[in-house]
Design a binder for this molecule. Structure first.
Ligand SMILES: [Zn+2]
Length: 269
């Protein structure tokens, strides 16, 4: 787990470890992704951000516009799916902070170049209008809905055919998480749900979501997929499920946990 800490952020140094990234990739070499500064050649245009301590050592993420020689670019999604839970938080944080650093080079209020970083927090300070810019985190709800021995699964048009998942969506400004769960399920598949139960959360750096996971029970209504968003949706018995996300993602974890819960409820019935 990354220790975020409250002390002054150090500058890059020889004893630290480095994660190297490009826009959507993590750079690997011999299947590793944590490097010493001796392993690569820092370039003047390289951007670096301190991300905290991991295994007692300072870790930085360095952003390259193109991968240095000898490194392989690997999609962040693939790296996250292949990495165990031990590295998940570290890689998510590294990529999210690198993206924030890259996307916030100018003040959104007055347009000045942002050159000053807060010494203890991840924040950039505008020299001219004094506003602070923090990394953006976008909450999204994700919900697994049950109806007797089945769960609701849906596929949006941007997912490959045959792969089904939970309902998910961004929380709107001024909305509670619970309101977002009700709204997204109603908007995407046209049903009403009840008994929403919080199950856990997961950072999902594509580019800065915080996925907040729930279980819910079917209340009423017929499944009616949103025409421009949902390609297919249905109730799937837990013993006859299609391909679903693996348990690296909170989506896969919710489905597995929901199956266990339904089995337990079934055995007590
Ligand atoms: Zn400003």
């Amino acid at each position: 787990m990354v220790e975020i800490g409250t002390s002054t952020h150090p500058s890059p140094h020889a004893m630290a470890r480095y994660i190297l990234v490009t826009k959507q990739s993590v750079l690997t070499h011999d299947s590793g992704f944590l490097f010493s500064i001796k392993d690569f050649h820092p370039t003047p245009e390289m951007r670096s951000v301190y991300i905290g301590q991991f295994e007692g050592e300072d870790v930085f993420v360095c952003h390259f516009s193109t991968a240095p020689k000898g490194y392989t670019e690997k999609g962040l999604r693939d790296v996250l799916y292949e990495s165990d839970a031990y590295y998940f938080g570290l890689l998510s944080r590294a990529h999210q902070l690198a993206t924030w650093d890259l996307d916030h080079q100018f003040c959104g209020r007055c347009g000045s170049t942002l050159t000053k970083k807060h010494e203890k927090e991840h924040a950039k300070l505008c020299n001219k209008c004094h506003i602070r810019h923090y990394p953006r985190i976008s909450p999204c709800i994700i919900v697994s809905v049950r109806k007797e021995n089945s769960i609701l699964l849906a596929r949006s048009f941007n997912m490959p055919s045959g792969r089904m998942s939970n309902i998910a969506g961004f929380v709107e400004a001024g909305e509670t998480l619970e309101e977002a769960v009700h709204r997204e399920v109603l908007e995407e598949v046209g049903i009403h749900i009840k008994n929403i139960q919080y199950r856990g959360s997961q950072p999902w750096s594509f580019p800065h979501q915080l996925m907040v996971g729930f279980f819910a029970e079917y209340d009423h209504g017929d499944i009616t997929p949103a025409p421009e968003e949902i390609a297919e949706a249905g109730w799937y018995p837990i013993d006859a499920l299609p391909t679903t996300p693996n348990e690296t993602s909170i989506s896969g974890q919710l489905i597995l946990e929901h199956i266990e819960l339904i089995k337990q409820m079934d055995s007590k019935a």
